[in-house]
Write a protein that binds this ligand. Structure first.
Ligand code: DGJ
Length: 729
């Protein structure tokens, strides 16, 4: 049991293996937040002690008690219009034009298992793994009821949250904000970490002190974006990988989002996470219910490594779904960087033959196989094969690839349309645009209106026809622009503000339908690389192309940032040609291999262009990935260095029983006259003896963890690190 309620005092306690979460419905029915942190075992209200703070008003029920203010108290779900002047989670306009939401406690429900959310991705867990707590709050001045939902996975130290809003009145209510998470942290001193970037440079880590006032990371692009990721970390100033307090939050959502933080006048922190309110205006009609996306929360008192382990595990085992969730992923070859649009069947078959010869499992035919698509100006939406390039069709090509012993995968960009396409000529009204304005183009393309059921039906049929027409084992679901010009003929003028969220609901509905219809197909997400790398997409696609930057050095940083929340198996990573197409950098093929193997591994070049020596290396790499893959994907992942500041990137995979260890990395530069660097391993059995395969020597676990191991002597730049340790029996 992980949920405890004291009916007398109104205290709610959620207890997981190492953490505790507390809130309390007080005598006024206000649900106060008391605690999220290490286990305390007692009512933490004693820490709340507020003076009469000038200009912080008091609710009427508090009478003459000027110390009771919603502007200072930690609240479980703070709303606008009731005298809390900090950032808030929800705001509504009632039919009389008033804007207050005065939520008070009404009751609670507990159930076994984890709640689901209709139409939205959510963490799933069975009755032995999870419990659900629902706390019902009611607006004092309307018939709006807000249910706060908590999913508890105690073994994983995970708590999920989402909000369900019901209109039980007779008049519609307009919501202009409905965040998924409000978390007040009244005690302690905190810094925050977010993950920013751009196309080909996603999830760069940034750690900053919290300043008084408001700070945020967000996206208004209609996608979760390259620029900021819907994840956030709060940590104590002394927090490191292995020590200190930290709280992480992951929004399971693929659209515009906002993570807002405020350090208030009393040095308290408030964190709000949810759909971006700038692009949200939702009319809740009588009897309707609105569900927010879910936030996954975790706390660690022992640094960020433990926090990452919690998130990586919950996302791999309780978010990702389907046949490939835990099974080995095929080593694939993708033709994009090998050919771009310039290919025909013969060229593809040549690449395939060489790949098959070296042991690759699957060939993925990327952009350009359909419609009129010789560059990125045309063709999107026309999901029928381009016979000029693939004469005889996909069925025949897939059979030929199969004949080589490989599977066949295919690229789609289902949400897009080119103006120069049959689809656009037939249905210009399916593209998102404002009737009185020329649309913003990006990569020459427009976005299809995913709120329109006819559009979704068309895409479902078009993709299904292709998948049924040939033996296709994999789909790469790409999405190559940010969205604007929000307007849809499917909604009346007053409801246009619902479109951005309805777009995501439409996308999820389509993905659910397709992944159910084709359960054996491995879906990989993509948005110009990692522009929609989020837990929402991972619910449908167990892996996502991590970045269009395949340069091994840059990837060490991109994958470092990605690892804070997302599992290694989710990270699509390929070896590409040198000089790298994004940077012109030359890195050894072994270095490209160690970085690409820290993910779902593949190749993205014409293997025919390699020397015989390199081909032999590719053969060996594939054998190695087949051997090490289970440890890489199922093991615990440790960040042993920080590639943003250190001279090398080193990471480690440790099997759950701690007997197998793989240390990988890249030494960035060789300096003359320098000593060999050493690195301390983590997560080993201190008393056990570990044999290092590369030199046959035996080291004690405690020595490797306390003293470390020398990294290889380097010569040249971007030197790969590869060390396998196994416990001696
Ligand atoms: C962007 C993707 O990230 C690339 O891998 C490739 O599929 C291109 N789109 C194709 O247009």
């Amino acid at each position: 049991m992980s949920i405890f309620i004291n009916e007398k005092t109104g205290l709610f306690q959620i207890v997981t293996e190492n953490t505790e979460y507390q809130m309390k419905a007080d005598k006024y029915g206000v649900l106060k937040h008391l605690w999220y942190g290490g286990k305390t075992g007692c009512d933490m209200e004693y820490l709340l002690n507020y003076p009469d703070v000038g200009f912080s008003g008091n609710i009427y029920d508090a009478g003459n008690d000027r110390t009771y203010s919603l502007d200072t108290l930690p609240l479980e779900y703070a709303c606008e219009g009731v005298g809390d002047y900090r950032i808030t989670a929800a705001a509504a306009v009632h039919s009389d034009g008033s804007c207050a939401l005065d939520l008070r406690y009404k009751g609670y429900r507990i159930s076994k298992g984890k709640y689901g959310i209709k139409g939205l991705p959510a963490v799933y867990a069975d009755e032995n793994e999870a419990e659900t707590l629902e706390i019902i709050l009611k607006d004092n001045c309307s018939d709006i009821e807000v249910t706060l939902k908590y999913g508890v996975l105690p073994k994983l130290d995970i708590i999920t949250r989402c909000i369900s809003i019901a209109n039980n009145g007779n008049e519609p209510v307009i919501f202009t904000k409905a965040a998924s998470l409000c978390l007040d942290i009244p005690q302690g001193s905190w810094e925050w970490i977010h993950f920013h970037g751009r196309h080909t440079l996603e999830r760069q880590i940034e750690r900053m002190p919290l300043n008084h006032g408001i700070q945020e990371s967000s996206s208004t692009r209609g996608t979760s974006s390259h620029q900021q990721n819907p994840t956030v970390l709060l940590c104590s100033p002394d927090c490191t990988e292995t020590a200190g307090s930290c709280i992480g939050a992951v929004l399971m959502y693929s659209g515009s989002f906002q993570t807002k933080l405020q350090l208030d006048q009393l040095e308290q922190v408030r964190l709000i996470v949810g759909i971006h309110p700038d692009l949200f205006r939702w009319e809740l009609k009588p009897s309707e219910v609105f569900d927010t996306p879910e936030v996954i929360l975790s706390y660690s008192g022992s640094g960020m490594e433990a926090l990452s382990h919690n998130f990586q595990k919950v996302i791999r085992e309780h978010v990702c779904r389907g046949k490939y969730k835990l099974s080995e992923r095929p080593v694939l070859i993708n033709n994009w960087e090998a050919t771009y649009f310039d290919f025909d069947e013969n060229k593809i078959l040549k690449i395939a033959e060489q790949a098959a010869d070296l042991g690759v499992d699957m060939l993925v035919l990327d952009d350009g196989w359909f419609g009129k698509r010789d560059d990125d100006c045309s063709g999107l939406g026309d999901w029928f094969v381009n016979e000029k390039k693939i004469g005889g069709g996909l069925g025949r090509l897939a059979e030929k690839i199969k004949g080589m012993g490989m599977k066949f995968g295919l690229w789609f960009e289902p949400e897009m349309v080119s103006e120069d396409s049959e689809l656009y000529r037939a249905h210009p009204e399916w593209a998102i645009q404002i009737p009185s304005k020329k649309p913003v183009r990006s990569r020459y393309q427009l976005v299809l209106d995913m709120t329109n059921p006819e559009v979704r039906e068309y895409i479902f049929e078009a993709i299904s026809n292709i998948l049924n027409s040939a033996d296709i084992s994999y789909v790469k679901w790409d999405m190559n622009r940010s969205i604007c010009d929000w307007h849809t003929p499917c909604l009346p003028a007053e409801n246009q503000g619902e479109m951005p969220h309805r777009y995501i609901l439409g996308l999820y509905e389509l993905l659910e339908r397709l992944t159910n219809a084709f359960p054996d197909v491995l879906f990989e997400g993509c948005s110009g690389g990692g522009g929609r790398f989020d837990a929402g997409m991972l619910y449908y696609c167990p892996q996502i192309w991590c970045s269009d930057d395949t340069d091994a050095f840059e990837r060490t940083k991109i994958q470092y940032g990605t690892s804070f929340f997302y599992p290694v198996s989710a990270v699509g990573a390929h070896i590409s040609a040198v000089p790298g197409h994004q940077t012109g950098r030359i890195t050894p093929i072994e270095t490209r291999a160690v970085t690409a193997m820290a993910g779902s591994f593949g190749y993205e070049l014409d293997l025919n262009t390699l020397s015989d020596g390199e081909k032999q290396k590719v053969k060996e790499q594939i054998v190695r990935f087949k051997q090490d893959g289970p440890l890489i994907h199922n093991g615990l992942y440790y960040r042993l260095s920080n590639p943003m500041t250190d001279k090398f990137a080193v990471w480690e995979f440790v099997s759950e029983n701690r007997t197998d260890v793989l240390v990988n990395g890249v030494i960035f530069r060789t300096e003359p006259n320098s000593r060999q660097y050493s690195i301390k391993l983590r997560g080993l059995l201190p008393e056990a003896d570990y044999r290092l395969a590369e030199n046959g020597k035996v080291y004690k676990g405690s020595a490797l963890m306390n003293g470390g191991i020398l990294l290889p002597k380097s010569w040249g730049d971007y030197v790969p690190v590869e060390m396998h340790f196994t416990v001696e029996v």
